[in-house]
Structure formats: C-alpha cells, structure tokens
Design a protein around this ligand. Structure first.
Ligand SMILES: Nc1ncnc2c1ncn2[C@@H]1O[C@H](COP(=O)(O)OP(=O)(O)O)[C@@H](O)[C@H]1O
Ligand SMILES: [Mg+2]
Length: 298
C-alpha cells in the first residue's frame, strides 16, 4: 500500500504544507508516498500525475488530501489506474460515503431521521414545505449532501421549529446563499437531536457536542479521536465496537464515521466520510494512524 499526497504548488517535490505532518508520519511508519498536483487535477490537466512512475504490477494507493467532487475523484481514479495505481475506494465507494443520501439506508437506525431534496440555487419551495410538514414543529438542522454551514448555526444551520415556515425558509435561503457555487446536490433535512454539550466554539460560538471521528479500514477501526479541538471531553472513550457491524455494511474499504453521545447516553452516527478526504482531528495520533495503515495487507 502506498499513500498519495498533494504536492506543494510552489515546490512540487514536497508534500503540501497542510499534509506535511502526515507525510512524515507515513514515511516513519515505513509507507512510501507519491505526490501529484491537485490544482492540475481540478483543471483537468493530464500533467497532474506527471511525477508518478508507471507500475508493472498494480498497487493499492490511499489518497490523503482535500475533498473531491465524485467526478473529480473518478478522473483521479482512472488516471491513476492507467499508471498501475488503484485507489483503495472505487468511484462508487467514494460517492457512497461522500453523499449522505447514498449511505442513509445503511446507517438509518443509528443516525437522526433524515430526508433530502435535490436542488440548485432555485429552491422548489412547495417541495420544501412538504418536507417541513413531515417534521411537524420539531427542531431540525440542514446541510447539503456533503457539508453544512454549522459555524453559522442560527443563520444557516439550525431551524428551531419546522412548523415556523417563514423562519425556516430564511435559514434555508441563507444556507443556499452561503454555499453558492459549492452547493453539493441539494438540501438534507435532519431531525435535531440533543447531544451532550462540551462547550461552545471559541470563534463561531456554535454549540460543541461530545463527538469522535473513527476511521475504519476493511471493517476494522484504525484510529479514533475527539472530533473537536476544543471543548471539554469528559466521558471515557467512545463505544467503537458498538458500531463495527454497521461500519462493515458501509460500501467502502476506507471510511470515517463521526459519532456523538446523546443526552440520554445513547451514541449516534452524525455522518460518514471517505477516509481519504476526511481530516485527521487535531488531537489524533498521526504516527499511530500511519503505523496501523502500514501494518495492513495491501
Ligand atoms: N441532527 C443533529 N442534531 C443535533 N446536532 C447535530 C445534528 N447533526 C449535526 N449536528 C451538530 O452539527 C455539527 C455539524 O454537522 P455535520 O453533519 O457534521 O456537518 P459538516 O458536514 O459540515 O461537518 C456536528 O458536528 C454536530 O455537532
Ligand atoms: Mg461534521
């Protein structure tokens, strides 16, 4: 198994500064890595992988870098394959964890009640009302198929009552406005669940909940770490084993699962992500993470 990082656009032989610590940890663990140009990939420039050797025997490669849209991931996947490198997740597997509606049926009983609507900047307002009606006057949160505007909690994320159409519409419109060109596929509506509080974010003041990120590789946990850099993590380690069964059902070799503790003590999945593009939390043990990857059979 090899690792693929983005290069530094100003010094293409070096890993991008944002991933330098990971590149060093990978090397220390005995994993070799290669570099490519993220910018060239986005520009559909065929020179994106210019520095990569052509392999005679196919090898598995794990990308560690920024999020890609599924089309971009597919392009990277195919370009790598032409050189003998096979990304750990197929384009379908990538999309499965990247877009919440794709994997919802698998995590349904472990995550807040969710529904969604495909849309662009022009919101089909009648369809939105139809969805809001399903939540009666319950509080809900919104995001797109990938990301939220959680730091704009009151403005563009949290809707205190789905029954208050006017306020709900205002939050939805602000969310769409903030996402702008980056809107992923549509809007996801989720029942708001009371999670255990660990404080508020120092900059945005959003409420922080007791949440952990778990990385799974072939159904085995490879790393777990507090999701937030700040806040007071009081409770003991998260119940990783409780989520192994569902992690094995997710159609992906390498994924992340964010789990949070409810006020009633039960743990729930907040979201899944592709393990290649999910950030390692600030407090994760980077060296241990790469040591576990290095020990895995390709
Ligand atoms: N259904 C929910 N009920 C209550 N809080 C939630 C819910 N979903 C998410 N949150 C809180 O909002 C934060 C952001 O939500 P998340 O779905 O992870 O968005 P993003 O993809 O932008 O990180 C989570 O870390 C959690 O603290
Ligand atoms: Mg999140």
């Amino acid at each position: 198994m090899k690792i693929l990082f983005c290069n530094d656009p100003f010094d293409v032989k070096r890993p991008n500064a944002a991933y330098l610590k990971e590149a060093e940890a990978a090397q220390k663990a005995g994993l070799s890595y290669e570099l490519f140009s993220f910018e060239a990939l986005l520009q559909e420039n065929s020179a994106a992988l210019a520095g990569l050797p052509q392999l005679d025997t196919e090898e598995t490669v794990v990308y560690r870098g920024w999020m890609l849209k599924p089309e971009q991931y597919t392009r990277l996947y195919n370009m790598l394959l032409a050189k003998g490198w096979r990304l750990i997740n197929t384009p379908d597997q990538y999309k499965h964890c990247h877009y919440l509606p794709e994997s919802y049926s698998i995590i349904e009983y472990h995550t807040p009640l969710t529904t969604w609507l495909k849309t662009g900047a022009e919101i089909p307002i009648l369809a939105v009302h139809e969805i809001l009606r399903q939540f009666d006057s319950l509080p809900i949160i919104i995001k797109d198929f990938v990301k939220s505007q959680k730091h704009y909690w009151h403005e563009a994320f949290f809707i205190p009552s789905a029954g208050d159409r006017e306020s709900a519409e205002k939050v939805i419109r602000r969310f769409i406005e903030l996402q702008g060109e980056d809107l992923n596929e549509g809007i996801v509506f989720r029942e708001f669940v009371e999670f255990e509080s660990i404080g508020t974010h120092s900059k945005s003041k959003m409420p922080l909940t007791l949440e952990y990120r778990i990385f799974w590789l072939d159904g085995e946990p490879v790393c777990q770490a507090p999701y937030w850099e700040e806040g007071t993590y009081t409770s003991a380690a998260p119940p990783v084993e409780q989520f192994q069964k569902v992690a094995k059902e997710v159609q992906s070799r390498f994924l992340t699962m964010d789990i949070a503790k409810r006020r009633n003590g039960e743990w729930m999945i907040i979201e899944l992500g592709d393990g290649q593009v999910a950030g390692l939390p600030e407090n994760a043990d980077v060296e241990a993470f790469y040591k576990v990857l290095a020990a895995f059979p390709a």
